[in-house]
Design a protein around this ligand. Sequence first.
Ligand code: NAD
Length: 361
Amino acid sequence: MKLNITCIPGDGIGPEIVAEAKKVLDKVATVYGHEITYKDILMGGASIDVHGIPLTDEAIADAKSADAVLMGSIGGDTTTSPWYKLPPDKRPEAGLLKIRKALNLFANLRPAVLYEELADACPLRKDIIEAGFDMLIMRELTGGLYFGERRTIEENGIRKAIDTLTYDENEIRRIAIKGFDIAMKRRKKVTSVDKANVLDSSRLWRKVVEEVAQDYPEVTLEHMLVDNCAMQLVKDPAQFDVILTENMFGDILSDEASMVTGSIGMLASASLNDSKFGLYEPSHGSAPDIAGKDIANPIATILSAAMMLRYSFDLDKEADAVEAAVKAVLNKGYRTGDIMSEGCTLVGCKKMGDLLTNEIV
Ligand code: NAD
């Protein structure tokens, strides 16, 4: 298969971690007989330094012409970097918002997996995580409260702020279809999270999700109120497979779910549109404090590349191989500094990339 990938190395540790992900992808291509073409584009601070803006139209066109985009991370030290003296629309993060909009990325996926070997980093009690957990939060990214009309007015001398939460059935249907499609590649369970006891938008959400579920008889659907879900995530995380939810609930729940794994350098993410196209990036930032020192953990980016193989290219076997390589290397006791624990072997970013590459045979 031919894989046409645009890469955004970005800023800080971005170029280091993307280089390791490419190494792993190249090995996958060799072992499984694929051909990968990469094109690097500039975004964030790297683009500001060259073009004066965080993302050019040419870079967007390059991203659009690819099958998928693999990104490191963008941004610098927000207190000392000259990038943050620019107006907000010229700063590094503006490039990220612009590319998400240009590529119509409405579905955000964040897996939260407990690796047995890293269980000590999990803040939950041992008896709660005995069974491990492996869930994926599917969050609607372009609608709801964050994109509704808002204003602040004054009525009879009283200040009043208004935010509106709107979803139409098409917005709900397309994210629900993504959620069920992805559940079919996993343990075939969808937990749809809403606040249907209070909100009309949630009642419509629930109805449309049930309609979509008709087309997926193999998938078990359950509904859960968002307040209960926030509790269940810390009480019994193993019950979840795919959590499907709207923008604001997903924003909060995905951070909660990732924190219970305990390791920022391990958290992958993907943002998808209604084709197979996606932008894949680690959940963490550009870590300017450790950039250029060869100590960053590349695993979140490498797991994001595995998601790319699975969701943009339908290469499940290859994605499984990358995920298995991560487990094997952790099992052999190799750790980067952020996940280091007693008795393990400390390795740098490049060495971790090499170890993972060598596991794919
Ligand atoms: P951060 O995630 O970059 O760093 C937080 C802490 O975690 C730091 O101590 C860092 O060294 C550590 N860390 C992060 N990733 C690591 C890794 N892979 N291996 C080892 N340690 C790691 O968050 P921050 O410091 O708040 O932000 C730094 C910059 O990143 C800012 O400019 C911010 O805007 C940007 N940012 C970008 C994205 C993105 O590109 N999607 C996301 C979040 C933050």
